[in-house]
Write a protein that binds this ligand. Structure first.
Ligand SMILES: Nc1ncnc2c1ncn2[C@@H]1O[C@H](COP(=O)(O)OP(=O)(O)OP(=O)(O)O)[C@@H](O)[C@H]1O
Ligand SMILES: [Mg+2]
Length: 226
């Protein structure tokens, strides 16, 4: 399949500093886990707009390109879904349907133009997304994902405003915690970390986004082992 023009797949140039930074992130995560990929990996942050979706998308693309693993990127932010926009895919038929058990993973995992990468978009918007985050339903969806793909990367809502991520976190093997440098107040970050600790989530690493404070012209990422 040829890459669709104008999506993150074609825009993510492997020669850029951004791509190099994400290859480093992938290497560090793998090194920490003795060469294997942490999966499912949940990407989250304390508050809105810290770069979760962007980080999840770039990391998934990097893994699909750098390894022979089959990667599934899942939009579980049912409040403010955005992954479909990055990949220019339809929103409908995705996580909502998977969690509700009305569609199979095979039918909702969409091709992206990147050979080994599939994206599950958020799916049909429901009035009360948090009601879908009932433990048994989420567990079943996450189990299916983990059993089907070599690597599952899950994008999620921020921790402080909604409780969905607290339900998701225990179903993932580990969490990648994104912090937008210079934006998120320290006590907000600490509160987010505490909420993850409350559900015994393991933090695989911290991504410090925009660490040079040069938004919006350049993506700058740093990774901190945890
Ligand atoms: N390092 C960066 N440099 C410049 N712009 C960035 C960077 N990271 C993210 N952005 C931009 O910041 C905005 C928010 O990013 P993104 O949607 O990834 O965050 P989010 O944490 O998923 O937000 P939300 O909480 O709304 O889901 C987007 O417009 C994105 O393009
Ligand atoms: Mg997001």
């Amino acid at each position: 399949m040829t890459p669709a023009a104008g999506t993150i797949v074609t825009q993510f140039d492997p020669e850029t500093p951004l791509a190099i930074e994400f290859r480093r992130l992938f290497s560090r995560l793998k090194y920490k886990e003795n060469g294997r990929s942490t999966t499912p990996l949940l990407v989250t942050s304390a508050s809105h707009g810290e770069g979760k979706t962007t980080t999840a998308a770039f990391l998934s693309l990097t893994i699909a390109r750098q390894s022979d693993q089959r990667v599934c990127l899942v939009d579980m932010d049912l409040h403010r879904p955005r992954m479909h926009k990055l990949f220019n895919l339809p929103l409908k038929s995705g996580s909502t349907e998977l969690i509700q058990g009305v569609a199979s993973l095979e039918s909702v995992a969409k091709e992206t133009g990147e050979e080994r990468l599939r994206v599950v978009t958020a799916g049909t918007m429901v009035r009360s997304p948090s009601s879908l985050f009932e433990t048994d339903q989420i567990r079943a969806a996450m189990t299916t994902l983990a059993e089907t793909y070599d690597v599952v990367i899950v994008d999620s809502p921020p921790l402080l405003p909604v409780s969905d991520t607290m339900v998701l976190a225990p179903e993932a093997e580990a969490v990648l915690f994104v912090i937008m440098a210079g934006k998120t107040p320290r006590d907000v970050v600490v509160r987010g970390k505490t909420l993850l600790a409350d559900v015994n989530a393991r933090i695989a690493g911290v991504v410090l986004n925009n660490s040079d404070g040069v938004l919006p012209y350049y993506y700058n990422y740093k990774y901190y082992g945890y």
